[in-house]
Design a protein around this ligand. Structure first.
Ligand code: NAP
Length: 306
């Protein structure tokens, strides 16, 4: 029987690992089989994580998180959790390789997954001109004409990054103002390769086997027009990953895991949640890390009292 199992390996999960390991709880952190490190693995330069005045690459930051968690004895497992039973005093966690674990506490740090536009051919053209990860796929669009959809920080960041490869980057946004922070907006607007297309959404993806064009719909007057594109990067936000637990724990109206006040306590005793899976507002690496610390301390207190 484990004292603590942590599910997820972003800043929240690894920080929970660092704290619970230092508390001598020998945590098992189940990191997933493919997406170890979470969303920051898809980021380029991280400039706003305190303690790194010159910035660093997202994957490098996550490697540091992991090394620090392992240094204090966090055991890391590269598997996917496929099922959990969190209701009883003893929590059951099953992984994709058929193993079953028992724990007194579980910390959920499963983060959020990229959002789709919901267009008919979106999945089919994924990897064939449609992408959610500029860092992963930008290289394939050298001297090409591409577009980024979205108006948040991710869209600004992706658009800027993609100008390293593409000859032209359109930034397509459904309104006439961005949601992104001012510094990120300013950077995108100052980039000569980026052109903003306001008040527009993608109505259709076109192309035989690869994306060749999109149909744009004007969100003000409803008019449509086609636009040739070699690539489309979708950066319209994320949805919390709750499918593992949604039938066992209470969720908020926006489908985040519900926690009590400023704590990480879910509606089940011994089950704690942290990071993007509980946070509809801030969603930064630093806030996720802070939230992972809260979950670790809450789990520690729970174990002391039980
Ligand atoms: P976000 O802030 O939720 O922004 C999503 C954007 O996509 C919004 O502009 C939204 O439009 C648009 N959108 C949503 N659904 C859409 C749809 N179906 N069709 C077209 N457009 C759609 O998401 P994010 O940009 O991924 O950022 C997530 C969090 O990570 C934020 O807290 C952000 O600050 C943070 N982040 C920070 C950095 C950084 O600081 N370096 C970098 C990346 C992300 P509306 O504006 O109309 O709602």
């Amino acid at each position: 029987m484990r004292e603590v199992i942590i599910i997820g390996s972003g800043p929240a999960g690894f920080t929970a690992g660092i704290y619970t390991a230092r508390a001598g709880l020998k945590p098992l952190l189940i990191a997933s089989s493919v997406e170890i490190g979470g969303e920051l693995m898809k980021t380029t330069e991280v400039e706003n994580f305190p303690g790194f005045p010159d910035g660093l690459q997202g994957p490098e930051l996550m490697a540091n998180f992991q090394a620090q968690a392992e240094r204090f004895g966090t055991e890391i497992m590269y598997e996917d959790v496929v099922e959990v039973d969190l209701k009883g005093e003893i929590k059951i966690v099953k992984t994709g390789n058929g193993e079953t674990f028992e724990a007194k506490t579980v910390i959920l740090a499963t983060g959020a997954a990229y959002r789709e536009l919901g267009l008919p051919r979106e999945k089919e053209l994924s990897g064939h001109g449609v992408s959610w990860c500029a860092t992963c796929d930008g290289f394939f669009f050298r001297e090409k004409t591409i577009a980024v959809v979205g108006g948040g920080d991710s869209a600004m960041e992706e658009a800027n990054f993609l100008t390293r490869f593409a000859s032209k980057v359109y930034l397509i946004h459904r309104r006439d103002t961005f949601k992104a922070s001012k510094i990120m907006q300013d950077r995108a607007m100052a980039n000569p390769k980026i052109e903003v297309i306001w008040n527009s959404e993608i109505a259709e993806l076109k192309g035989a086997t690869n994306l060749e064009a999109v149909t744009l719909r004007n969100t003000v007057d409803g008019s449509t027009k086609d636009m040739d594109l070699d690539g489309l990067f979708i950066a319209v936000g994320n949805d919390p990953r709750v499918w593992l637990v949604e039938n066992q724990l209470e969720l908020t109206a926006e489908k985040f895991i519900k926690v009590e006040g400023r704590s990480s306590k879910t509606t089940l005793p011994g089950v704690f949640a942290c990071g993007d899976v509980i946070d509809p507002t801030y969603r930064q690496a630093i806030t996720a890390a802070g939230s992972g610390c809260v979950a670790a301390l809450d789990a520690e207190h729970y174990l002391m009292n039980h």
